[in-house]
Design a protein around this ligand. Structure first.
Ligand code: SAH
Length: 249
């Protein structure tokens, strides 16, 4: 059995209780070495076989899973495995090989980053939607999902894998409709000990990244949710009734 486990955004105690239990019981762990906190490996038994997938191909990862098909294998991915985790291709190979698997979710860095800047993505009166995207790099992004067209919604945006391209990002966000003074944040290594947060604007992204020496392992957050204008929630409004509470008379 293979368990795809979300390691959480960085801090070792942000793995789920289930994820930690799976690590303790693992006989083999294949972890994404470039971003997973190595402290998590201390959960593992001394006899556990440990592989760093940073230098492995998909074929090599699947070969380790196949050799250990009768053991407890944990495939440890950063954040939540469903976001830029490349798990689908692994699951499809495992289907072909008749190897069972399960996914244990994790805390994505997008939530680690929101926590780092005390932000709420879905702020009433500002935005009720979150767009998770990236700039095209060596992995292309479908034409219909260009940064300009996604920016045109004015929704809250979380931009992965693009910290080294803040100039291009800023230009495209503005072309898409955000004003240059729209609030933005760069969150480097959210929840790690060396976390760094930079509050800036869409127009100031490139300068802010350069001045702080940030080129990778960062998320760019964009939108009015980082500003100070919003409406209070209906849910906790004394004049608003719902299933669990009656409005004040
Ligand atoms: N599955 C992961 C994302 C993997 S893609 C998740 O749910 O978070 C790798 C990208 O995620 C990095 O390039 C960076 O943009 C972002 N990232 C991962 N961990 C991060 C962290 N602790 N702080 C900021 N960004 C992070």
């Amino acid at each position: 059995m293979v368990h795809f486990v979300g390691a959480g955004p960085g801090a070792a105690d942000l793995i789920t209780v289930r994820g930690a239990e799976l690590l303790k019981n693992a006989e083999v762990i294949i972890y994404a070495g470039s971003l997973v906190n190595k402290e998590l490996l201390s959960y593992a038994d001394e006899k556990c076989g440990i592989y760093n997938s940073a230098s492995m191909t998909l074929e090599e990862v699947i070969a380790v899973m196949t050799e250990n098909r009768d053991r407890n294998v944990v495939r440890l991915h950063t954040g939540d495995p469903a976001v830029y985790g490349a798990i689908r291709e692994q699951m499809d190979r495992l289907n072909e090989l008749g190897i069972k698997y399960e996914v244990c979710p994790g805390v994505s860095s997008m939530f680690g980053a929101a926590a780092a800047v005390n932000a709420e993505y879905t702020l009433p009166g500002v935005s009720q939607s979150v767009i998770i995207t990236r700039l095209a790099g060596r992995t292309p992004v479908p034409e219909k999902e260009s940064m300009e067209s996604l920016a045109s919604h004015g929704a809250s945006m979380v931009i992965f894998l693009s910290a080294g391209m803040t100039g291009e990002l800023s230009e495209k966000l503005i072309k898409g409709g955000y004003s240059a003074d729209t609030p933005a944040a760069i969150v480097y290594k959210a929840t790690w000990q060396d976390e760094k947060t930079v509050i800036t604007t869409v127009g100031g992204l490139e300068k802010a990244a350069r001045e702080n020496g940030i080129t990778k392992t960062a998320l760019i957050l964009v939108g009015g949710f980082l500003g100070n204008q919003y409406e209070r929630s209906k849910l906790y409004d004394p004049m608003f009734s719902h299933g669990f509470r009656k409005a004040a008379e």
